[in-house]
Design a protein around this ligand. Structure first.
Ligand code: BTN
Length: 239
């Protein structure tokens, strides 16, 4: 997969700029900003975006059914985890994913993914924006960064290129082979399976045992013997 990266010194949000100004570009178009003034996270949270970290948005044109968009969260998370694992290459550094797409290193969040679509076609998705924020060099309160775990990092552009290469490999695998290989690789990094978790949806919070992820990416939750399928939300592990 080829990427065409457009770099800006500062933007409000790379996802917003890509959607508003560049959605007519070809698949693989990437908007990068060295800092964001209104970086956005999931659930309407803001994403603090000082200089020194990676902020990119990737334009995809997957032409897939609408209910497969969620799988791209697993594609992106697995590609980032695999890139970090290779980069750190150390038994002391544990890279993990928390359903569906938080990236953890030694139990702390190091990056996040915001997937958005404004596809004009209700049955087939012709356009998806995958926004990735990854803490590389800049210290932020309560957060960790890649630079804490290796002294072999190149500059931010090299980090971006290596990450995009991993993303391209995983996205191509998903398009050509479907979801099962991606999900299998994602599960190798997954935390919380078999444990009690809290689940936060936009308007409710509840607990249950995280039994597994089904073959479409839904979280299977056991609540006192009743199974509930969760397609979107956030989980908290017991800490
Ligand atoms: C999360 O809440 O975990 C997701 C954070 C996603 C942040 C990235 S930074 C690049 C892109 N542009 C944004 O405004 N958000 C995403």
């Amino acid at each position: 997969m080829k990427f065409d990266v457009q770099i800006f010194d500062a933007l409000d949000s790379t996802n917003t700029t890509l959607r508003e100004q560049f959605s007519g570009e070809a698949e693989g178009y990437v908007v990068q900003a060295y800092q964001q003034t209104k970086g956005r996270g999931r659930f309407g949270n803001s994403w603090s975006s000082p200089k020194g970290n990676l902020y990119i948005s990737i334009l995809l044109k997957p032409d897939c059914p609408y209910d497969q968009i969620g799988q791209l969260a697993f594609v992106a998370a697995t590609s980032i985890a695999s890139y970090l694992q290779q980069t750190f290459d150390s038994d002391d550094v544990n890279v993990a994913v928390k359903w569906p797409n938080d990236i953890l290193v030694n139990g702390n969040k190091i990056g996040g993914i915001l997937i958005e679509t404004n596809s004009l076609n209700p049955s087939r998705v012709d356009q998806v924006i995958v926004g990735i924020g990854l803490n590389v060099f800049a210290q932020q309160a309560d957060y960790i960064k890649m630079d804490d775990f290796t002294d072999r990092l190149g500059n931010l552009d090299a980090v971006r290129d290596d990450l995009l290469q991993s993303f391209g490999e995983h996205y191509t695998k998903w398009r050509e082979m479907g979801f099962s290989d991606i999900l299998r690789e994602w599960k190798k990094y997954a935390v919380g399976i078999g444990e009690k978790v809290g689940v936060r949806l936009s308007n409710e919070h509840f607990y249950g045992i995280f039994v597994d992820v089904d073959d479409t990416g839904n979280l299977i939750l056991d609540q006192d013997g009743d199974r509930r399928l969760i397609s979107a939300g956030e989980i908290n592990l017991g800490k």
